[in-house]
Ligand binder design. Structure first.
Ligand code: HEC
Length: 133
């Protein structure tokens, strides 16, 4: 009896740990998605639209300048990574940023059903302006 309970408990703890670990896993992006280029050219209107959409949909988590310090981060785990670093911008292609916005990853929602493709590409252009270094 005790043995069984201990085993059940161990399995439960194992499942919880595994689930927690999965959330921290690197965000895999298919090569073909990484290779997609931004089909719209950045001009003042596109950047203004990207900024408007970022402020409405992303700033609460990613923060004004992409640091990952938005007000909603008080209650979300994991915290959003710093999107303003040169490292983040060099690591991610436009296609990768677009893909991540499109599909999301908990606690970040998907935006495929909320923003049109053009809107998502405008946000990608705006995210590029947040590069700090
Ligand atoms: C509810 C909070 C939340 C919102 C809203 C949100 N994100 Fe995120 N975002 C996250 C978190 C948390 C991660 C890290 C996910 C992971 O890798 O586990 C993330 C990751 C990312 C990444 C990958 C960063 C990297 O270095 O790999 C990009 C790009 C991104 N978000 C862009 C956006 C954009 C653009 C929007 C708005 C359209 C947005 N996010 C909305 C929380 C959020």
């Amino acid at each position: 009896m005790h043995k069984l309970m201990a085993m059940a408990l161990a399995m439960l703890v194992g499942t919880v740990l595994l689930t927690a670990a999965q959330d921290q896993e690197p965000w895999e992006v298919p090569e073909e998605e990484r290779a997609v280029e931004n089909p719209i050219a950045a001009d003042d209107d596109v950047l203004a639209e990207g900024q408007r959409l970022y402020e409405r949909n992303c700033r609460m988590c990613h923060g004004e300048t992409g640091l990952g310090d938005g007000p909603a981060t008080a209650r979300i785990k994991p915290a959003p990574p710093d999107m303003s670093t040169a490292e983040a911008h060099d690591r991610m292609t436009d296609g990768e940023i677009f893909y991540k916005i499109t599909v999301g990853k908990r606690p970040m929602r998907e935006f495929e059903s909320r923003l049109s493709e053009d809107e998502r590409w405008s946000v990608v252009h705006y995210v590029r302006t947040l590069r700090a270094g």
